[in-house]
Design a protein around this ligand. Structure first.
Ligand code: C5P
Length: 218
């Protein structure tokens, strides 16, 4: 693709998992590989956009020519996103964000003890929900990974988080979701248009997501 159709557009993309520390040696995280977000960053950058990539730990190399911000926890991601939000035209939140974090992060390794151990988790901020409140005419895109009621939950999320559209994937399908190079997604927008994209590489899907953003910016 030679088109520079996103020339000068500023796009912030979040990718990968977040990591929540329990103690100096233990943490809570998820299976996100970051592949979808990195594919988006690569595609957007090739099309001429100025890309900021905010990423949790992954095994991937960030594409050249993007502003790369490496983060660990959801609170780190919240800060990085909020301090770069204002200048953006488009924000795509493909990261798998931890909804909870341990209430107390202890600075010494927790010792085994007799019997069970409980860790109290507290809610993390929902970054996308907060962005929805201040988006103005920025294009806001969320992701939804579900195992059931895909379309129904996606539509609820569009309303609740004030999104332009959502990329919904059924993580139970073969060739979709975490770690794979391919994905099977539906693009569902705030006007209730649903576009099903058959199994394709994450890079191809990234281009389709970027095409869709063009329907929403002024
Ligand atoms: O509500 P749910 O977690 O399924 O929504 C997924 C979308 O919300 C993703 O785009 C994800 O990046 C974003 N999210 C967030 N902050 C959270 C939880 C999810 O930005 N604490």
């Amino acid at each position: 693709r030679e088109d520079k159709d996103l020339l000068g557009k500023k796009i912030l993309i979040t990718a990968g998992p977040t990591v929540e520390s329990i103690d100096p040696v233990r943490f809570i995280t998820n299976h996100s590989s970051g592949k979808m977000g990195y594919a988006l960053a690569e595609a957007a950058s090739k099309r001429g956009a100025k890309v900021t990539l905010v990423s949790g730990p992954t095994n991937l190399t960030p594409p050249c020519h993007v502003k790369f911000i490496s983060i660990k926890s959801t609170l780190d991601m919240y800060e990085a996103v909020m301090s770069n939000f204002r200048q953006q035209d488009i924000i795509i939140k493909s990261a798998a964000v931890a909804d909870y974090r341990p209430k107390d992060v202890v600075d010494k390794k927790i010792k085994k003890q007799e019997g069970d151990l409980s860790i109290t988790l507290v809610r993390n901020p929902d970054i996308l929900l907060e962005l929805g409140k201040i988006k103005d005419d920025r294009v806001l895109v969320g992701f939804a990974a579900e195992t059931d009621h895909l379309i129904e939950y996606a539509k609820e999320k569009i309303i609740k988080k004030n999104l332009d559209f959502i990329v919904a994937n059924d993580v139970t399908q073969q060739g979709a979701g975490f770690g794979t190079d391919t994905n099977i997604v539906c693009l569902i927008d705030k006007n209730n248009h649903i576009k099903k994209i058959d199994k394709a590489t994450k890079l191809e899907i990234a281009h389709q997501i970027l095409n869709k953003t063009k329907e929403f910016y002024q």
